[in-house]
Write a protein that binds this ligand. Structure first.
Ligand code: ADP
Ligand code: MG
Ligand code: ZN
Length: 494
């Protein structure tokens, strides 16, 4: 058994995820400043997001709408009345000395998201979805890059006040050895939903989707253990690695008779380990109180009902529908999902290709090309419409499969469409019998010994002549047809 299997045989992991999503609104949460990424430092600021005395916030309706839509997509109940709260703390990334957030009155509560791992469904309970504002960005200048030992620090408030939604799961027990995979599957499913809702660009590497991963271990039958909260988890793969490494680390502490301390830990991308951060044993007292400068939110139930009715088709429903459209088995569907090509195959079928062909292209040659280029199949630059056209040309005999692959190479190099590549590169199958007969005669003349053998009854020798003709036609002839022509010219029959 591996060390990990040993640990799982002894302990039960519990996971919990806190995810922050920066909404893609045009303006900030409580003022009209731009949310655009990458402006010069402190150019997207005003008295409200700088927390100047007397400035008054006004809540961004679009952000509230997006939060409610997220809650609805996660099967939550939407509060009929709730308030923002002040979370008081002093840190220079928040010039107001408090963050406007939500405390005991979140907009959305009590939902769930079902995620699938290896064909099994795990229900992840959603505790709350609330709306808050992002903080500014500190840069500590000096060799350490951290506040300790920095020569000086710079603060950029462009990000301060960007609407931020926090999605907190309930603790998830019962995943056993698959805890890391379930954590990753949850963040993946959540990201796909957020993308479908079009509320955020959900880019983990740019920080518009950020995830804190809580992990604990307990002995079977015992109460849940003390959790640690791993921050800095900047990719889906890291979510999985963070849970796994934290399970291993905690087991080692527990096996040695130690106890787990409730603390934040920081994920190290290079080593895959977590490093101790700040202790959370004594809860920070943020002195939350209802925000007096903002009116309570009371979303009209009729409006919420409309938002619910107008949600787009969510990924799980789309997958179920695609499975019907494609008529594939559950296993095949898992295979297509893992390869990230369900929608691509679906769209290729909708563009007129048979399912089998669409599937073969996306799982075969195109998957290989995407892999080589280290991009998702969807970002390859070959579209379902291209593939449907290729399939049609192969079906009517204008292209062989080998030629169709060359067309794909051409699309990847030039970005042109199928017919343009075929025309520019002269990739159509040579079906002109006269041209093929001429090439066959040339091959016979150039290889008299081989021709003699074939005439003498050694039929397999004709392969060398077929090869010569294929070479002369740059692979654009149908090999079976070439063979028949050669045999006929040599006066032998099979
Ligand atoms: P905090 O602000 O202290 O991080 P939150 O309530 O925002 O607290 O989030 C706590 C997260 O930890 C939730 O996702 C919750 O499900 C998870 N959690 C709570 N208890 C455990 C536990 N024993 N093991 C793993 N995760 C847990
Ligand atoms: Mg937290
Ligand atoms: Zn502002």
């Amino acid at each position: 058994m591996t060390a990990y299997e040993d640990v799982i045989a002894k302990y039960e992991p519990v996971i919990g995820l806190e995810t922050h999503v920066e909404l893609g609104t045009v303006s900030k949460m409580f003022c009209g400043c731009s949310t655009e990424f990458g402006g010069d430092p402190n150019t997207h600021t005003c008295p409200v997001c700088l927390g100047l005395p007397g400035a008054l916030p006004v809540a961004n309706e679009k952000a509230i709408e997006s939060t409610i839509r997220i809650g609805l997509a996660l099967n939550c109940s939407i509060a009929e009345w709730c308030r923002f709260a002040r979370k008081n703390y002093f840190y220079p990334d928040m010039p107001k000395n408090f963050q406007t957030s939500q405390y005991d009155e979140p907009l959305c509560v009590e939902g769930y998201l079902d995620v699938e791992v290896d064909g099994e469904t795990y229900r992840v309970g959603i505790e709350r979805v609330h709306l808050e504002e992002d903080t500014g960005k500190n840069t500590h200048v000096g060799t350490s890059g951290r506040i300790h030992g920095a020569d000086y620090s710079l603060v950029d408030y462009n990000r301060a006040g960007i609407p931020l939604v926090e999605i907190v799961t309930k603790p998830v027990p019962g995943t056993g050895a698959l805890a890391p995979e379930v954590a990753k599957a949850y963040v993946t499913a959540l990201r796909d939903i957020l993308r479908t809702l079009d509320v955020s660009d959900v880019r983990m590497e740019q920080g518009s989707l950020r995830c804190d991963v809580n992990t604990s271990l307990n002995l079977p039958g015992a109460e849940w253990g003390t959790r640690t909260e791993t921050k800095n988890v900047n990719s889906l793969r890291s979510v999985e690695r963070a849970v796994r490494s934290e399970i291993l680390r905690q087991a080692e502490v527990l096996d040695a008779g130690g106890r787990i301390v409730q603390e934040t830990r920081h994920f190290q991308e290079t080593t895959g380990d977590t490093r101790r951060g700040r202790s959370k044993e004594e809860a920070t007292d943020y002195r939350y109180f209802p925000e007096p400068d903002l009116v309570p939110m009371a979303p009209d139930p009729a409006w919420v009902a409309t938002l619910k009715d107008t949600l787009p088709e969510l990924p799980a429903a789309r997958r179920a529908r695609m499975r019907d459209v494609l008529g594939v088995s559950a296993d095949d569907m898992v295979h297509l999902t893992n390869a990230g090509v369900v929608d691509l195959v679906g769209a290729t079928v909708e563009a007129g290709a048979p399912v089998g062909e669409a599937r073969n292209w996306w799982l075969g040659y195109l998957a290989q090309k995407a892999n080589e280029r280290e991009v998702d199949p969807a970002d390859l630059g070959v579209t379902p419409a291209h593939v449907a056209r290729l399939v049609a040309l192969v079906a009517d005999g204008s292209l062989s499969t080998a030629l169709a692959r060359q067309v794909v190479d051409g699309i990847l190099e030039t970005g042109a469409d199928v017919d343009t590549v075929v025309a520019e590169r002269g990739l159509a199958v040579v079906s002109d019998t006269g041209a093929l007969e001429q090439a066959a005669d040339d091959a016979i003349a150039a290889n008299p010994d081989v021709a003699e053998k074939v005439r003498g009854g050694k039929l397999p020798a004709v392969g060398a002549l077929v090869g010569a003709v294929m070479k002369a036609t740059r692979g654009q002839a149908d090999a079976a047809a070439v063979k028949q022509i050669l045999l006929a010219r040599l006066g032998v029959s099979e």
